[in-house]
Design a protein around this ligand. Structure first.
Ligand code: HEC
Length: 154
């Protein structure tokens, strides 16, 4: 086996060990913090999430073409989750969740600004990786669960 292939295998093994859901199906405990929302709020939040994934895809395509204007056009409105969350729902979201949403929003703003100003694909790729740490960080911490909302105490 060539050195390159054995390095690749070692990396794959480490990934499998690091990702419990791949290593041992059925034995993984979901320890993420549940965020209880209504069924329609859940549908709304997940639809916003899928938009993020579409956005990341469009950014990758634009970067592959070296089209920095398109990167800026897509990244600008992205990550605005915390702006789009209806106030009644926002009040019920954990502070850490909001902080991650705000952090992600800021990174996408910088991506949009730098894409046009610097025209540097490598620089933007690094920033996109930084943005994805917010996706992963939040996904590792929270899950969304539809349930009964307790009326606010006044
Ligand atoms: C502030 C927290 C947060 C951030 C930031 C975040 N997500 Fe999510 N996302 C969630 C939560 C919570 C779920 C629901 C997970 C669950 O209930 O299992 C979710 C679910 C998803 C889903 C599944 C949607 C579905 O229909 O089930 C996708 C896709 C997704 N996110 C993409 C992204 C991408 C891409 C990013 C970064 C650009 C991102 N998210 C950033 C919290 C976040």
């Amino acid at each position: 086996m060539s050195r390159k292939i054995s390095t690749l295998c070692a990396a794959l093994c480490m990934t499998l060990l690091a990702v419990p859901s791949l290593a041992a199906p059925g034995t993984v405990r979901d320890v993420r913090i549940p965020i209880i929302v209504t069924e329609s709020e859940r549908a709304y939040m997940l639809a916003e999430m899928r938009e993020f994934l579409h956005g990341l895809h469009s950014i990758q395509l634009a970067l592959a073409r070296g089209d920095m204007k398109a990167v800026a056009l897509v990244a600008g409105p992205m990550g605005s989750l915390e702006h789009k969350i209806p106030p009644a729902l926002k009040d019920r979201l954990p502070e850490e969740f909001l902080q991650l949403a705000i952090g992600q929003h800021e990174v996408f703003q910088v991506i949009a600004r730098d894409a046009e100003a610097k025209q540097d694909i490598k620089h933007t790729l690094g920033q996109v990786a930084e943005a994805i740490t917010y996706c992963s960080g939040c996904h590792d911490t929270f899950r969304i669960q539809a349930g009964r909302i307790k009326p606010a105490v006044r």
